[in-house]
Structure formats: structure tokens, C-alpha cells
Design a protein around this ligand. Sequence first.
Ligand code: DX5
Ligand code: ZN
Length: 218
Amino acid sequence: MEIKPIIAPSLLSADFGNLKKDVQMLNKSKADWIHMDIMDGVFVPNISFGIPVVKAVRQLSEKPLDTHLMIVQPERYIHAFKEAGADMLTVHWEACTHLHRTIYQIKEEGMLAGVALNPHTPVAGLEDVINDLDLVLIMSVNPGFGGQKFIPRALHKIAALREMVERNNAETLIEVDGGVCRDNLADIMAAGADAVVAGNAVFKAEDPKKEILTLKNI
Ligand code: DX5
Ligand code: ZN
């Protein structure tokens, strides 16, 4: 059976002057989740938006909020993101000294727990927590900015992670973030992904709603 990708448009590429319009467009689209990129200017060299914006989007959105924390010490903000309305909370492997504890703090708040891996971080580092995870986010660009080019090596990491998930009988979803577009989505899915983030591919398209549909049907 053909499996359709879970599509998570990233609001980082949306029109911040008219976020309401873009969220309403996503509500009417075939998007499955809304991906929200939180950057602190320390873990990544850029600052995006924070908790009040997640809260505002929660009021407008009919889709689950897939929240990607590119911040140091993310454990300090787990409760605040739950309060703001996040459904899924993904922290970076590289930002967590006590990753296992942080995963369970996210779950105890009633959110799905995800871990993101930077392009240089081997998938093997997840072996001992794979059964605890709802989601793994494979970064296919260096986090910090939208509109970057997909790093092809990510395809091997997706395949290695798929193998790990199967071997451990885990139910972990594999999501891919960075440079995803209609030209590489088939390869990403063939490598073993379940979900993809798409920022520029959606919001810079002439008709974003139609582009989401195109991605969904690849
Ligand atoms: C990058 C972010 C991505 C970004 C993706 O740090 O994690 O979610 O918004 O944007 P595109 O799809 O344009 O690469
Ligand atoms: Zn992201």
C-alpha cells in the first residue's frame, strides 16, 4: 500500500505580518501538522519567535502544532510550550545533557516527544532511547534558516533510522526537516520517512495550498 507523507508546513517562511491569513490557509489545506521553529540565537545563529506566537497560532489553528525547539536547555520551557498549546515538542539531541529525562518530561506534560539530529549527529546516538520516542526529526540542513539546500547524506540517515525503528519494534515517526521540495520528496519517502517539513517549498509557491496537495500526493 502506498503511504502518503505527513506534511508539516513551516511557519518560518510564512508572512509574519499576516500570520492569521497563512494559518487559515493551512487550516483549509491538506497539511497535517503546522511546524513551528523556535530559535534562541544561541543554539542556532538566528532568532525566530517564541511562546506568545505559539499561543496565538494555537487559537487560530485546527491542526496539531509540531514544535521544533532550536534552543539550549529546552527542559526549562517544556511546561510553557504545553501551556501555549504545543502538541508535539522536539528538542535537539545536541542541546540535551539528560535527554532521557527530558523526553519523559515532555511525555508527562501530555505531548508527543521528539528528538532532532543535526546533520553531523549520527543516528546511532538514539539507539538507547528509540523506544521512548514518538518522533525523530532528521535535519537535512543546518538548523537556523529556511530556504537552504537539502543535504543528500540525510537520505542515508533516514534509512539507518528506519532500520533501527524496525529492529526495535518502535513506533517512532521519522520526520525530515530542511530543503524538502517536490523534487526530492519521493527519495525521502523511499528512504523511510513518514513526515516532512516544508517551509519555502510551500510559502514561496505561487499557490501554497495547491503545493501542499502536490506534496501530499507524491
Ligand atoms: C530550519 C528549520 C526548518 C525550516 C525549513 O532551521 O528547522 O523547519 O523552516 O525550511 P525549508 O523547508 O525552507 O528548508
Ligand atoms: Zn524545523
